[in-house]
Design a protein around this ligand. Sequence first.
Ligand code: BGC
Length: 430
Amino acid sequence: MNGISRLATVITLASLFPLNAHAADSKGAVEVVHWWTSGGEKAAVDVLKAQVEKDGFTWKDGAVAGGGGATAMTVLKSRAVAGNPPGVAQIKGPDIQEWGSTGLLSTDTLKDVSKAENWDGLLSKKVSDTVKYEGDYVAVPVNIHRVNWLWINPQVFKQAGIDKAPTTLEEFYAAGDKLKAAGFIALAHGGQPWQDSTVFEDVVLSVMGTDGYKKALVDLDQKTLSGPEMVKSFAELKKLTGYMDPNRAGRDWNIAAAEVINGKAGMQMMGDWAKSEWTAANKVAGKDYLCVPFPGTEKAFAYNIDSLAVFKLNADRKGDIAAQQDLARVALGKDFQKVFSVNKGSIPVRTDMLGDMSALGFDACAQASAKDFLASDKSGGLQPSMAHNMATSLAVQGAIFDVVTNFMNDKDAAPAKASAQLASAVKAAQ
Ligand code: BGC
């Protein structure tokens, strides 16, 4: 059974239960399920909360801790099965289509607001297609994250005698050797499946290029998944794992980011939500920290678009529906798009802002990200992130996560065996 029918079967049960009636204590209330719980992420989501409250609605925070969102998605599914979904939830990529097919997302709520605010004109087609179900908006996209970044503490580099950011895998390993020799953690990392696969997809992009990445992790081509370039990717992943702290198991991504911020570690491979932690610590891009594309991925942009999906509410919950609409209107507004991305580390999703980043006051990392986003959209380098739910169903993603994490935790694991396992695990999950 594929992911869609699996989710649909489970969710059909939800129709046995009535949706929760809710007594609004203001103009209306909106509960938002999300996983923005680190210091920097919280600062970002608080901007949305404040604006919705200013507009006279009640914000019910449905935060579920856990980077990458796997726990939040489990909570969301069980709430849907119990007939008690929230008004709005952070759902991304192809998963939006799965939820759309259950009939639980609203195809009506965003109709007027999307027309009045000209969403079709503001968003690139790639983005609007992701957040529409059968032609109707069912989610509002809030930002664009780039996943293939390397974060560097230049003070630590200096102390280890490294004078420039690495641009090739060889330079990366050379920098890692110097950092280790100087007593630093070379590569800060948290041993959680989504973080392991974030690193894995960077390595695949570096070794196989954007075409190979697309064939393997987007098109799920069996030959490419088990082919020589994938074997090489696993071999590089193994080498790279040797630069991570052996005590990394279970560590949250923001704790790993703090190790770089506090000068214990030299580098972190992480999407640009990591910047939210630097910003929250009052550090300045280009001065206190460097952001560079992971070596070998300069022409690629692995994108990850956060979006907030809107659930269907009973028609008599007029105030709550108005709250959903207000949140969606705010989320794509120019002011919010700027403040949210400044705090979150991302770039706006509105195309009319991406060409204007320096005038809008965005920092060096955000300016580079927007420039690379626009260029890679033309060159074919713009690819959906597998690790961040943008490329595959959650079932296929879970199968990839298992193979990658097992490989990284087994020092005797063989690259050729891992790529064969990857191909068969993906096939079984499809
Ligand atoms: C989300 C980001 C979030 C990160 C860490 C990603 O999948 O897209 O918004 O900051 O996970 O939790």
